[in-house]
Design a protein around this ligand. Sequence first.
Ligand code: EPU
Length: 416
Amino acid sequence: MDKLRITGGRPLEGAVRISGAKNAALPVMAATLLAPGVHRLRNVPRLRDTQTFARVLELLGARVSFEGNLLTIDTLGVNSVEAPYELVKTMRASIYVLGPLLARFGRAKVSLPGGCAWGPRPVNLHLSGLQAMGAALDIEHGYIVGRDVKLRGAHIGFDVVSVGATAQLMMAAVLAQGTTVLENVALEPDVTVLGEVLVACGARIDGLGTRRLTIQGVGTLRPIDTTIIPDRIEAATFAAAAATTRGTIRLEGVVPDHFEVVLRKLEEAGCTLQRGTDSVTVSGPQRPRAVNVVTQPFPGFPTDMQAQTIAVCALADGTSVIEDTIYFDRFTHVPELARMGARIELKANVAVVKGVDRLYGAQVMATDLRASASLVIAALAAEGETLIDRIYHLDRGYETLEKKFSALGARIQRVS
Ligand code: EPU
């Protein structure tokens, strides 16, 4: 199993080009099922998750090819509606095929994702929403099964803001008969952009960028031709690395508004920023200041940056309080950071981080994607060598991470 060996202590300097967003690419890949034809998605990151999703589409009968970051998906030959457990268990986002399959074929058999490293992560809102649209769904042997489904418009209000459920029901509604109203929807750029992509293919969606969407079903959609937006979480992760290493990193090819809340928090922590139209240069302070963070749905502070922010706070002057209101158990990085000398007290979903003036290299284990990124950020700033085990988690969501960090001057190496 691959590991990362990092020798910390060097300020990172230089420019990094940010890749396409994983969480924007996955729902668009699912949306290709809505229209038979050849779809072109540019700037798709080459990640384990996009590859897994490509495999799901292939099993359904699509022809998929990656050339560089151009992903071509031909959905003309889709002839199966089954997404098997073997793939869904490795990537929960596979559930995104459910709505499109029901919308286009009236049938689907999609494995229930099951648990996750940091808690139950239910899909009840996806299922109740589809049921409200007329889909009779059964759970059979671990699979969500729909037969003879004719989706029709419905009025659905979410009691929790959910990225996945919003994207799922938007995809279902664009081909449903009649009008669907979705209330309290997610505003993450990944969701809004999915809506824009669907509109460009002929869908009728009003209210994109607001909490209320009105979707008029249409008979057919044209194939997708789009460029995936830059990954705001990847960008913010590199920004956090500048903060812990006293470095100066220019993030290129970004939409600063998409992670403005993280940038503001880094400024509060003492970073100096220069914002351009599609770039941001982040310079880290001598030592970060403590900051308090509460994760919230967009435009609030993203849960996907909670772990990396704890790594910054671990080195800060003062005590930081970090609360995750989206995922209560997403703290597997905490005991690993403690092995590197961090002083963090965890009380339910709140981490109290007492900053130390240095971290030390240690052997640590990556436990999920963002937790791994947090360990990388800590290791880049730590004294001595850190060996991070199980880095396949990083390969799910960061494109050529160690190459990008090496180019910024980090001593980072993948070892078997
Ligand atoms: N929730 C429910 N019921 C549902 C769906 C969600 O109660 O049916 C709850 C969740 O338990 C959570 C909250 O709603 O408390 C928000 O979850 P959401 O549905 O928004 O999460 P998701 O769609 O499963 C996406 C990203 C995650 C990211 C979250 C929150 C993708 C593929 N995944 O997940 O990304 O953390 O939104 O922003 O887009 C990552 O990239 O590392 C990652 C985990």
